[in-house]
Design a binder for this molecule. Structure first.
Ligand SMILES: *[C@@H]1O[C@H](CO)[C@@H](O)[C@H](O)[C@H]1NC(C)=O
Length: 384
């Protein structure tokens, strides 16, 4: 059969050509997470992946190939011969273990399973055979039936309907690994996961089921129930109150908690010191509007502390530029006016309205203006 040759080709592609192709394109980036994740996949899990993938292959090829065959009877004959053919098995195996991040482990398992698959295929098998049982449990011996563990598939101890009190699982359940003891869910402890861990309390119990729930976050040690009043003791950052139980301490009430250039932020069970904005000397929050006192070089303007120099400089510069622009425009008009009275007066009117507009804009935005325009009637200016 040609499938081992095909496998060889697959291996060459996977291990030689592909890595080379990738390495040529960009420097290889190895994500350490992928390596450790791959290792964490057990052999039984890999075998299950392979079986799932093989079943999908069976499905994919179940309708047969319809190449050639003109007449219906011919087609039917081809379909029948394809169903149990080596060709179909190869078609299945070619498409196997292609998906998911564990495809390498899946391929590895597929190689191990190949001889058993071929034997099975040769027997004209029922396609509904439990392949998990046949491959992974009986032949490759990497899995066990449900609720069995270890290399001899020992039954998990206890009631199989309610293993580990329903709050955990038998170590190695369904695999050839583990020792059958209970691995409890978070919050549960005890040989049979029938006790609550420290920090949890019994919130429900009947004949078959028990539930443990987490204590309130303010509790230290255990608790009787779920509220902050039920704590055995309070955690650091909480103080006991005879009415309310464990209450958050507001560390920020102590003004000396943080240094001079910081403000204090309380949080449940703790607090943080944050640096004030650079415009503040002392502050009660974040930003230039939360200063108690402005830093050196900054002055208070409304709620904000703003840079002293910067503010003056900038408005001075702006005003100077503005006046120079007006001057330029007026000179241009003056040059133009003697040459053409009509054109000059039009340009003059435009320049005038520009200046009036600009000054008006400055005024409503709080800048210093040339004149206080509120005293003038704008229409009067335009009529002249
Ligand atoms: C079973 O295995 C767990 C974890 O691997 C270990 O902690 C425990 O001690 C083992 N128990 C026995 C009885 O061997």
């Amino acid at each position: 059969m040609g499938s081992s040759g095909k496998n060889m080709l697959n291996i060459i592609i996977t291990f030689v050509i592909l890595p080379l192709a990738i390495a040529n394109r960009q420097p290889p980036i190895v994500d350490p997470g992928i390596l450790t994740q791959s290792k964490s996949l057990g052999e039984c899990q890999a075998c299950k992946l392979f079986v799932e993938s093989f079943k999908k292959g069976l499905e994919r090829t179940s309708r047969g190939k319809y190449e050639g065959g003109d007449a219906a009877w011919e087609e039917e004959k081809l379909k029948l011969s394809y169903k149990r053919s080596e060709i179909r098995l190869i078609d299945i195996q070619e498409g196997i273990c292609k998906e998911g991040k564990y495809s390498l482990q899946c391929h590895h398992m597929a190689e191990k399973a190949e001889e058993f698959i071929e034997t099975w295929w040769a027997q004209d098998p029922d396609e509904n055979t439990d392949l998990l049982q046949y491959i992974c449990i009986d032949n490759l011996k990497v899995c066990c039936p449900q609720h069995h563990y270890g290399k001899d598939c020992t039954p998990c101890p206890g009631d199989h309907e309610n293993l580990c009190s329903g709050n955990g699982k038998c170590r190695g359940d369904g695999t050839r690994k583990g020792n059958g003891t209970c691995l409890c869910d978070p919050g549960y402890t005890g040989e049979n996961c029938d006790q609550c861990m420290t920090g949890y309390y019994l919130s429900y119990k009947d004949d078959t089921k028990m539930l443990c729930s987490a204590c309130h976050r303010s509790c230290m040690g255990g608790c009787r129930a779920g509220s902050q009043k039920d704590c055995v003791a309070c955690k650091a950052g909480f103080a006991f109150d005879s009415d309310e139980g464990c209450l958050d301490i507001n560390e920020c009430d102590d003004v000396n908690k943080c240094t001079k250039n910081q403000f204090c932020m309380n949080s449940i069970g703790s607090f943080t010191c944050m640096t004030c904005d650079k415009s503040c000397d002392t502050c009660h929050g974040d930003g230039p509007d939360m200063c108690r006192k402005c830093a050196k070089g900054y002055i208070k303007k409304g709620e904000f502390c703003i840079a002293e120099r910067e503010d003056e400089d900038q408005s001075e510069k702006l005003t100077t530029t503005r006046y120079l622009t007006y001057l330029g425009l007026l000179i241009a008009t003056g040059i133009l006016l003697p040459r053409s009275a009509s054109l000059g007066s039009i340009v003059g009117a435009m320049v005038l309205s520009y200046i009036v507009g600009a000054e008006y804009y400055c005024m409503i935005n709080g800048h210093m203006g040339l004149v206080d325009l509120k005293n003038y009637d704008l229409s009067q200016i335009f009529q002249t």
